[in-house]
Design a protein around this ligand. Sequence first.
Ligand code: FPP
Ligand code: MG
Length: 297
Amino acid sequence: MQKIDNLIEQFLKELDYKPILNMLKNIKTGKKLRSKLLLAIALESEDAYKICAIIELIHLASLLHDDIIDESELRRGAKSLNALFGTKNALMLGDILYSKAFYELSQINTQFASIISNAVVKLAIGELMDVELAKSFNTNKQAYLTMIYNKTAVLIEASARCGAILAGYDEEDFAQYGKNLGLAFQMIDDILDLKSDEAILGKPIMSDFKEGKTTLPYIYLYESLNQEDRLYLQTLFKKELNENEKQWINLKLQEHKALEKAILEAKAYAEKASKAIKHYANAKLNDITQAMVDREF
Ligand code: FPP
Ligand code: MG
């Protein structure tokens, strides 16, 4: 992963504008799931590392923009870039990161460029869907699935597809793997918002509902509540929750096993992912899938 960080730094040094590197220093590095995935599929090569750095730059850019959209002050346990440098700087840095990423991509070949640029279009559409869904209490599971597929799974799918191309494997098998792993990944993310704590997660917990995000556990909860409780849950939507209200949600989640149902669903997607590439018997990928399901942040 160090090699990828070095490449990112090298790409940004080439832009020859100090504030860019200064802002970059204030961003904590993430898990690099997409890179780990790509490198677990493809053999190490210059192109593989470059594509990883490009994908991480795009992912980073999308998080900078996402934190502006979600007005988040915290990311990876530290102040978000918009909180540190203001919205204007965070917005432009995001533009710089993904524009540089596309430039580097154009230097490799058009096949990777078309896969990744198509994925980024869907990523932005997914964010639009997220914003749209957040306008009202969403009880439509299919709408949630379509949104998380675009917002999160698409870039993971593209990373797995690029890895397969580099390795000379069947693209579709690995695209299936990446897509289902990505869906499971976002579901776990949404579950952690309800069951983790701020110190471990690096961002506030139970904040999705306040942001208007009716995630999978809430959809399952709503489905199993009686009419009176449904109406009460709806009054809490987008509200700054007090301790009593948080407790009520947690109690009802337990009572109706809504978190367990969501965890089972995430695990089913992770299994579907593993199944798609079973015949490759890739131990590293199995570990990645398992760690992703078991993760606490
Ligand atoms: C996090 O979701 C957001 C994403 C995974 C995608 C965001 C995509 C864009 C803003 C499109 C723009 C794209 C580029 C390349 C600039 P979340 O808010 O559910 O997760 P969080 O809790 O980690 O913030
Ligand atoms: Mg967000």
